[in-house]
Design a protein around this ligand. Structure first.
Ligand code: SF4
Length: 284
């Protein structure tokens, strides 16, 4: 219900070869230093590994937004070792440190599977500061409230996951729920949409504007269309250049985006409320 990309096992979209090549061409041209791969479950894409290998060969930092449970899917037994060998940074959703809340948000059995996956990643060196293998966790609130202070929650995660399971990780990213997609629909159905929007607007902090993620990333959908961020992608609000309504990544190879206007709407208050929110956690 919280997934802003409406992901799930019934989704079948898959980036085609030409679009994957345009991503690699963009990286090869030095237009981005980081490739942050998300899905669904991107590890299931038949060209996931070649994309990672070729990006890494270009010296690009690669991040995998991993739902953890995919690591136990048939055929994925070697994925964790592959990610470690390629030194891919893993960003893994674990919306709480308790079984009850994780299973309530992500489905029955997800907590135990996630803990097993985290232990397997730890065994490969992930989460060990000296190994350089980065494992970050992601928290988002269960309901229409702002996330708690990131630093304190990270300390709680570290203590409880460490004591109860021996699990180690590098950082915790706290994300605000965006009032869009499934979460937005749920708010509407429970008549909580207007109060949540009011909370976001009243919590807006001007200083967060300097660090919102749309200032330094672009989001590319499975068909190669470019957006200012993942949330705009879900809302069908593409990045515009000189009024052109839809731009493909291959058209941006030579284009400088410095100073290009970002498409903003009310959902942007989800990024600027309180401590701020982004794919990399709090902005403050
Ligand atoms: S939701 Fe709005 S503020 Fe947040 S990253 Fe996207 S465009 Fe920027």
């Amino acid at each position: 219900m919280h997934c802003h990309v409406n992901a799930g096992p019934t989704r079948t979209e898959q980036m085609d070869d030409a679009t994957l090549e345009s991503v690699l061409a963009f990286l090869a041209a030095g237009r981005a230093g980081t490739l942050d791969i998300t899905g669904g479950a991107p590890e299931l894409h038949p060209r996931f590994r070649s994309l990672v290998e070729r990006a890494r060969a270009l010296g690009v930092r690669v991040m995998d937004r991993c739902n953890l449970t995919v690591l136990e899917q048939p055929g994925q037994e070697a994925t964790a070792a592959f990610l470690a060998a390629q030194r891919v940074e893993i960003v893994a959703s674990l919306p709480c440190y308790t079984l009850e809340l994780v299973d309530r948000q992500r489905g029955k059995g997800v907590y135990e599977t996630s803990i097993r996956a985290l232990k397997a990643l730890n065994a490969l060196g992930y989460g060990e500061p000296q190994s350089g293998l980065v494992l970050n966790l992601v928290y988002n609130p269960q309901g229409p409230s702002l996330p708690p202070a990131q630093e304190k929650l990270e300390a709680d995660y570290r203590r409880i996951l460490g004591e109860q399971h021996g699990v180690r990780f590098n950082s915790l990213f706290t994300l605000a729920n965006m009032p869009i997609a499934r979460f937005g629909s749920m708010l509407v159905s429970k008549k909580q949409f207007a109060p949540y929007m009011r909370l976001l607007k009243e919590s807006h902090r001007e200083e967060n504007l300097a660090r919102v993620m749309c200032r330094d990333l672009v989001s590319v959908d499975w068909q190669g269309t470019v957006y200012d961020c993942d949330f705009n992608q879900m809302l069908g609000l593409p990045l515009r250049i000189a009024g052109k309504p839809r731009v493909k990544l291959h058209e941006l190879l030579e284009k400088d985006l410095e100073g290009n206007a970002v498409a903003v709407r009310d959902h942007c208050f989800g990024c600027t409320a309180g401590q701020g929110s982004s794919c990399g956690g709090a902005l403050a």
